[in-house]
Design a protein around this ligand. Sequence first.
Ligand SMILES: Nc1nc2c(c(=O)[nH]1)N[C@H]1C(S)=C(S)[C@@H](COP(=O)(O)O)O[C@H]1N2
Ligand SMILES: [Mo]
Length: 319
Amino acid sequence: MVLIKTKKEIPSSEITPEAVYLSRRKFIGQSSAVVAAGALAHSSLALPDSWIEDHGYEPGEEIGEDITPEKHATSFNNFFEFGTRKEDPAAHAHQMTVEPWSIEIKGRVEKPGKLSLEDVLKDIDLEERIYRLRCVEAWSMVIPWIGFPVKRVLDKYKPLSDAKYVKFTTLLRKDEMPGTKNLLSSIEYPYVEGLRLAEAHHPLAIFAIGMYGKVLPNQNGAPFRLVVPWKYGFKSIKSIVKIELTKRQPRTTWNRSAPHEYGFYANVNPEVDHPRWSQANERRLPERLFAPKRIKTKMFNGYDEVASLYEGMDLKKKF
Ligand SMILES: Nc1nc2c(c(=O)[nH]1)N[C@H]1C(S)=C(S)[C@@H](COP(=O)(O)O)O[C@H]1N2
Ligand SMILES: [Mo]
């Protein structure tokens, strides 16, 4: 179908721009397919069936990289607030109340405030983005997100000229998040992540509110999460309740927990190994027992268009 089932072999470095271009074209041709973000704000509402049919999510055989089947992307997760095993988020995240949801926007912005998710999403059009997700643990998936550029939201609240970083914070509600009660946890809660403002402004950085043509399941970070496809997965923080513009680099969860293992930048880089394992290759999920899919990891996860954000930087030091 339109997005992925093309006969042409799409070079993997182009899968996203190509997919985005095609989906935009599709949207322009059929105005009914452009879904106002507000329509997805309630988790009880799904995208119209016709939209899903138009896009067809069966994994394509023809392209170099198949979309990861939905059942794998929604049952093999990292969301430590619900436990550290891959199956824990799918088992426990239903306990998280996602309606109503509000997001506080504060710090170096002209218009701070606490807004309902519906207000944050007002006047924002949705796009589908098919992105690779490369976890620092050396596995990866290909996921069709539904979202919009981070910049669209930040612009509404007008960052001040001295804002240099964006800090994101996940919900912390202990009685709904069994993982946060673990006294031996390797990380602290609430989960915090951050980007330089220039990174957050890059058109590939999105907030997602859906995947596979539906609203986000809780285990994937409902109702509102970050997706930064050229960085390791831990930067793509889930279930965001606070966005803060800052002058200084925020202290982020995994970086605080083990600074020599998890840098603030966390760009996917096959030349900078994790102290305990190589980052040169990755396992593309799902794997079958006797058919492991080992592929070479690419610089910036294959998203070369972000390279200019790091010009003149030593990415071995700023890992
Ligand atoms: N709040 C929060 N966000 C999080 C995590 C987490 O434990 N808590 N895990 C991160 C990691 S390590 C990865 S790989 C991705 C996984 O996203 P997915 O489950 O949607 O594939 O979420 C990231 N966002
Ligand atoms: Mo990860």
